[in-house]
Design a protein around this ligand. Structure first.
Ligand SMILES: Cc1ncc(C[n+]2csc(CCOP(=O)(O)OP(=O)(O)O)c2C)c(N)n1
Ligand SMILES: [Mg+2]
Length: 895
C-alpha cells in the first residue's frame, strides 16, 4: 500500500493495470466497468474507504481509437472558418474605428469558432417542414458575446450584405445587427436572449424539460430534436448556470447538450488560476448525472500521449493549474518547453528535437475539429443522460500579442498592424498589406469551392441558422360569457381573488377549443393558493409517472403525478419555474404551437427574485400569464417583511411589453384574462400579462353594466355616490385597486354617513396601463402640435367629475403617483400607498400602520377638500382625533 503516494511495488501495479487493459481490449469497456464496480463493492463491504474522485485524468474522454472520424473536407472547412474569423474581427474593429466606440468582443469567438463551425457543418438542423426527425429545428443557445461570429457566418452565407455588417451595434433608425442575441430586435433571426450570464444555460435546461412535457402530452411528437447550449467557463460561476443541472440529470434529458468553452479566462483574468475549471466542472456535472465529455487536447498531442507509458506527461497535465496553462499560450513555445516539459527529464526527452513553434502548435481540444466532431457525435447519440462537452481552448486564439491568452483579451476591440498581419497570415486571408488598415470584409466568389461547400452543408441540414419563426394560427379563444360565474359575482359568499382566479383557470383548462393549451405552473406553492384541487384533476407532470402510492391516495385531492400530467410543479425554484413558463410562453415560435402558460407564484418572489429572467421574457416576446399571488403589502398579513409585496407593479412596469393589472373582483379578473387571451392568441400582440391576486376573502359583486372597456383600460366608475341629505353636498373621487378598493368602498360610506360628502368610487384596475396611455397621448401631442391636443383616458374620466381625487392601493405611493401627470388641472390629487418594509400583524393593524385603511382614505379626502377651500380645517382635525390618528404616528417609510 502506498500511503505516501509512492508506488512501492511497481510490478504488482503493472499486473493489475495489464489485467484491466486486457479486459478492455478483449471484452470491452462494459465488462471492465463491471469488474471495477464489483471490486469497489467488495472493498467497501469490508469498510475500506475508496479514494473519492468525481474526476478523470486531465485528458480527452474519448480515446483516439474511439473517435468517429469527421467525414468532411478539413481543408475547406478551415478556410471557411478562417473567413468567418476574419469577418467577425473586422466587424468589431470597424465598429470601433469610427470614434463611436460601440464596443464588441473578438477574443471569445476567436476561442470558440471551431465549436460553432463543427456544429453548423454537421449537427445544427434548421427548421424544415420536410425533415422527418427534426421539422422544427434544433435549438441553439449561443454564447451572447460571440454574436459577431454568427453574423460573420450569415454574411458569408449571403444572408447579410456588407452594409448590414456595418450596422453592427447601430440599431437606431434602421435594420441594424443587435449587439447580442435579442429576439426583440431581430425577430426573424435570434431565438433566445443569452447575454445575461447564466440565463442561457438555465433556459436551455428548462427548454429541454419542456420539450419532453410537450411530447408526453402528445402536443408535439417526440423526435430527435436537440437543445444545444454554448456557454463560457466563467459563466459557470453564475448560480443560474449550474443551479438546474440536477434537474437535467434527474430527468435524463438526452435532448440536451451543453458545450462549455473552457478558455480558462473570464473578463478580468483566469477563471480558476489556482485550479482547473474543466476538472471542477467535470465533477459538478458528473455528480448531477450528466454524461461528461472532456475535449482537452488536440490531435497534435496524440503521438506524445501514445509515448507516455510511464505516465509523466499525464502527471504533468494533471498537476499544472489553469493560470500556468494560460502562460503557455500567452508566452509561447520556448516558455512552454521550459516550464511545462522542463519539469521532468522524461518529458524533456519526449520533446527532444521539437522546435518552439511545434511546441506552441500542440493544440487544445476545442480548436481541433476532429476532436470536437468526435465529441459532438458521441453527445448527439448518447441516451439516457444530458451531455456536457468541456472544450479546452485559448481565449483570443490567433490574436497574437494583442490578446492571445492575455488577461485583457476579453475587451480588446482594436488590433495594431502587427497583430492584424499575424491574424491574416495565420488564417490565410487574402488581403494585401496596403488594404489591411481598413480591415475590409472579405467574401470569396459565390462559385468558389468554399462557398459551394458551405451552402451544401447547410442545405443538408435544412437551411440557414439562426432563424426564428412564428406560428400565427389564432387560437379559438372563449367569449367573455364563458366566464359567467365570475361575472355574476359571489352574492353573500366571501372568497379571495386568488380563489376567483383558480376557478376561472379550472374552467379554462376544460375549454373544448383551447383548454389543452393551458399550462399551469407552480413553484411548490399550489396549496398556498388553494390550487391543490387541480393536482388530481390535471395531474402533475412527471417523466417517470408515479412510482409510489401517494400518502393521500384515495382522498379527493391526492398528489397525483403522471406521465401525461399537465401541471408543471417545479419545486422551490422560482427561476426554474419561470424558465419553464418562458419555454411555454414562446412555444408559438419554438414549437410552432402557441401554448397558454399560467405561472402562479408568491408575488414577492416574482420580479424581485427573477427580474432579469422577466426582462429576458420581454426580449423573447413571451406570451402568457404571470399571476402574482398573495400580493399586497397589507393584504398578506402574517408573513412579514420578506413576503409582503408592495412594489411588484412598479417592477412589472419596467418591462415594456408586460401588461399589468391589480384587480379586486372576480369579474375584473375574467375581463382581463379574456382580453389577454384575445390580444395574445388571436391578435398576436407580443405582450405578456402580470396580474396580482390576493388572499383576503370578501364578497364579489356582479359586473356593472358597461364596465368592460374601463376594466381593460385601467379605470372605470364602480360605484357612483348616492345622494346625501346636504343642500350643496361636497364631492370627492376615490380611486382604489386590489383589496384596498374594499377600504375605499367603506370610506365612501363613512364620507356619506358621517360627513355628508358624496364620493364616487372608481376601480383602478391598472394604473400602469393608464400611465402608459397617458404617456402615449402626451407624446402624440408633443409631436403633432398642429392637431387638436388629445386627452389621456384617465384625464377624460375625471375631468367632468366634481371634487379632488384620492387614490389608494396596496403598493408604494409611487405606483399611484404616476397619475399625477394626467390629473385634470384643477384637481387636487392625494395618493395613499404602502411605502416602507412590511411586517407581520393583522390586516387591520397593517393598514392603519401603512396609512391605507378606510379612515385614512377619509382623512385624505377631507384634507384635499380643506386644501381646495371647500371644508373647514376643523372638520378634518376633529375626524383625525375621532379616528385616533396620532399626529406623531411612526412614518412607515422611515421606521
Ligand atoms: C449577468 C452578467 N454579468 C456580467 C456580464 C458581463 N460579461 C460579459 S462576458 C463576461 C465574461 C465571460 O467569461 P466567460 O463566461 O468565461 O466567457 P468567454 O468570453 O471567456 O468565453 C462578463 C463578465 C454579463 N454579460 N452578464
Ligand atoms: Mg472563458
Amino acid at each position: 500500500m502506498a500511503s505516501d503516494g509512492h508506488d512501492h511495488d511497481p510490478s504488482e501495479t503493472k499486473e493489475w493495470l495489464d489485467s484491466i487493459e486486457s479486459v478492455i481490449r478483449e471484452e470491452g469497456i462494459e465488462r471492465a466497468r463491471f469488474l471495477l464496480e464489483r471490486l469497489s463493492e467488495c472493498a467497501t463491504r469490508d469498510g475500506m474507504p475508496l479514494p473519492y474522485t468525481m474526476t478523470t485524468p486531465y485528458r480527452n474522454t474519448i480515446p483516439p481509437n474511439d473517435e468517429v472520424k469527421m467525414p468532411g473536407d478539413l481543408f475547406l472547412e478551415r478556410r471557411i472558418r478562417s473567413l468567418i474569423r476574419w469577418n467577425a474581427l473586422a466587424m468589431v474593429v470597424r465598429a470601433n474605428q469610427t470614434g463611436d466606440d460601440l464596443g464588441g468582443h473578438i477574443a471569445s469567438f476567436a476561442s470558440s469558432a471551431t465549436l460553432y463551425d463543427v456544429g453548423f457543418n454537421y449537427f445544427f438542423r434548421a427548421p424544415n417542414k420536410d425533415s422527418e426527425k427534426c421539422p422544427n429545428g434544433d435549438l441553439i443557445y449561443y454564447q451572447g458575446h460571440i454574436a459577431p461570429g454568427i453574423y460573420a457566418r450569415s454574411f458569408l452565407e449571403g444572408r447579410f450584405d456588407k452594409e448590414k455588417l456595418e450596422n453592427f451595434r447601430r440599431e437606431v433608425g434602421g435594420e441594424g445587427l443587435s449587439s447580442y442575441p435579442h429576439p426583440k430586435l431581430m425577430p426573424d433571426y435570434w431565438q433566445f436572449p443569452t447575454v445575461s450570464m447564466g440565463l442561457g444555460p438555465m433556459q436551455a435546461i428548462y427548454q429541454a424539460h419542456f420539450m419532453r412535457y410537450m411530447s408526453a402530452r402528445s402536443l408535439v411528437p417526440r423526435l430527435d430534436r436537440k437543445v444545444w447550449a454554448f456557454l463560457g467557463d466563467g459563466e459557470c460561476d453564475e448560480p443560474e448556470t449550474l443551479g438546474a443541472i440536477n434537474l437535467a440529470g434527474r430527468e435524463k434529458l438526452e435532448n440536451l447538450i451543453f458545450v462549455i468553452n473552457c478558455n480558462l479566462q473570464r473578463l478580468d483574468g483566469p477563471v480558476r488560476g489556482n485550479g482547473k475549471i474543466t476538472q471542477e466542472l467535470e465533477g459538478s456535472f458528473r455528480g448531477a448525472g450528466w454524461n461528461v465529455i472532456k475535449v482537452v487536447w488536440g490531435r497534435h498531442w496524440d503521438p506524445l500521449l501514445a509515448q507516455d507509458k510511464d505516465g509523466f506527461l499525464q502527471k504533468r497535465m494533471d498537476e499544472v493549474v489553469d493560470g500556468e496553462f494560460q502562460n503557455y499560450k500567452a508566452k509561447g513555445g520556448a516558455y512552454t518547453k521550459e516550464h511545462f516539459f522542463g519539469k521532468y527529464p522524461e518529458l524533456q526527452d519526449m520533446i527532444a528535437g521539437m522546435k518552439d513553434e511545434e511546441i506552441f502548435n500542440l493544440n487544445r481540444g476545442g480548436h481541433d475539429p476532429y476532436k470536437v466532431y468526435a465529441a459532438y457525435r458521441q453527445a448527439a447519440g448518447h441516451k439516457g443522460q444530458p451531455t456536457v462537452i468541456l472544450a479546452h481552448t485559448v481565449k483570443g486564439y490567433g490574436m497574437g500579442d494583442a490578446a492571445e491568452g492575455k488577461n485583457e483579451a476579453h475587451s480588446v476591440k482594436k488590433l495594431d498592424m502587427e497583430s492584424l498581419k499575424g491574424f491574416r497570415d495565420r488564417f490565410d486571408i487574402p488581403i494585401k498589406d496596403s488594404e489591411l488598415e481598413a480591415v475590409p470584409y472579405y467574401r470569396p466568389p459565390e462559385d468558389s469551392p468554399e462557398m459551394v461547400y458551405m451552402r451544401k452543408r447547410r442545405e443538408t441540414l435544412g437551411g440557414f441558422m439562426p432563424v426564428r419563426t412564428e406560428n400565427k394560427t389564432p387560437l379559438d379563444v372563449p367569449e367573455l360569457s364563458a366566464f359567467k360565474s365570475q361575472l355574476e359575482g359571489t352574492g353573500e359568499r366571501e372568497i379571495s381573488s386568488t380563489m376567483a382566479f383558480v376557478r376561472l383557470l379550472t374552467s379554462l383548462v376544460k375549454d373544448k377549443n383551447m383548454g389543452e393549451r393551458v399550462v399551469p405552473i407552480v413553484p411548490d406553492e399550489a396549496r398556498t393558493f388553494g390550487m391543490e384541487g387541480l393536482f388530481r384533476q390535471l395531474g402533475i407532470y412527471s417523466s417517470e409517472g408515479q412510482l409510489y402510492e401517494p400518502v393521500d391516495f384515495g382522498q379527493m385531492m391526492y398528489y397525483k403525478e403522471e406521465k401525461k400530467g399537465r401541471i408543471l410543479e417545479e419545486g422551490i425554484n422560482e427561476a426554474g419555474a419561470f424558465s419553464a413558463w418562458l419555454s411555454a410562453a414562446t412555444a408559438y415560435s419554438v414549437y410552432d404551437k402557441a401554448m397558454v402558460p399560467f405561472y402562479i407564484f408568491y408575488s414577492m418572489f416574482g420580479f424581485q427574485r427573477i427580474g432579469d429572467l422577466a426582462w429576458a421574457a420581454g426580449d423573447c416576446q413571451a406570451q402568457g400569464f404571470l399571476m402574482g399571488a398573495t400580493a399586497g403589502r397589507t393584504t398578506l398579513n402574517g408573513e412579514g417583511l420578506q413576503h409582503q409585496d408592495g412594489h411588484s407593479h412598479i417592477l412589472a412596469n419596467t418591462i415594456p411589453n408586460c401588461v399589468s393589472y391589480d384587480p379586486a373582483f372576480a369579474f375584473e379578473i375574467a375581463v382581463i384574462i379574456q382580453d389577454g387571451l384575445e390580444r395574445m392568441y388571436k391578435n398576436h400582440e407580443r405582450v405578456f400579462y402580470y396580474i396580482t391576486v390576493m388572499n383576503e376573502s370578501y364578497k364579489h359583486p356582479a359586473m356593472p353594466k358597461g364596465a368592460e372597456e374601463g376594466i381593460k383600460k385601467g379605470l372605470y366608475l364602480l360605484k357612483p355616490a348616492e345622494k346625501v341629505k346636504a343642500k350643496k353636498p361636497l364631492h370627492v373621487q376615490l380611486l382604489g385597486s386590489g383589496t384596498i378598493l374594499c377600504e375605499v368602498l367603506e370610506a365612501q360610506t363613512i364620507l356619506a354617513n358621517d360627513f355628508n360628502i358624496q364620493a364616487d368610487v372608481w376601480s383602478a384596475t391598472s394604473i400602469n396601463e393608464l400611465t402608459r396611455e397617458g404617456r402615449k397621448v402626451e407624446r402624440d401631442n408633443l409631436l403633432n402640435s398642429k392637431k387638436k391636443p388629445k386627452s389621456a383616458y384617465v384625464t377624460t374620466c375625471l375631468e367632468k367629475t366634481a371634487g379632488p381625487v384620492i387614490c389608494a392601493t396596496d403598493y408604494m405611493k409611487q405606483y399611484s403617483e404616476q397619475l399625477r401627470a394626467y390629473m385634470p388641472t384643477d384637481k387636487t390629487f392625494v395618493t395613499l400607498g404602502t411605502d416602507g418594509f412590511g411586517r407581520s400583524d393583522s390586516r387591520e393593524n397593517l393598514r392603519r400602520f401603512f396609512e391605507v385603511d378606510r379612515q385614512f382614505v377619509v382623512l385624505a379626502a377631507l384634507s384635499a377638500l380643506v386644501k381646495d377651500g371647500e371644508l373647514e380645517a376643523s372638520v378634518m382635525q376633529k375626524a383625525q382625533k375621532d379616528f385616533g390618528i396620532d399626529p406623531d404616528k411612526l412614518d412607515p417609510l422611515y421606521h
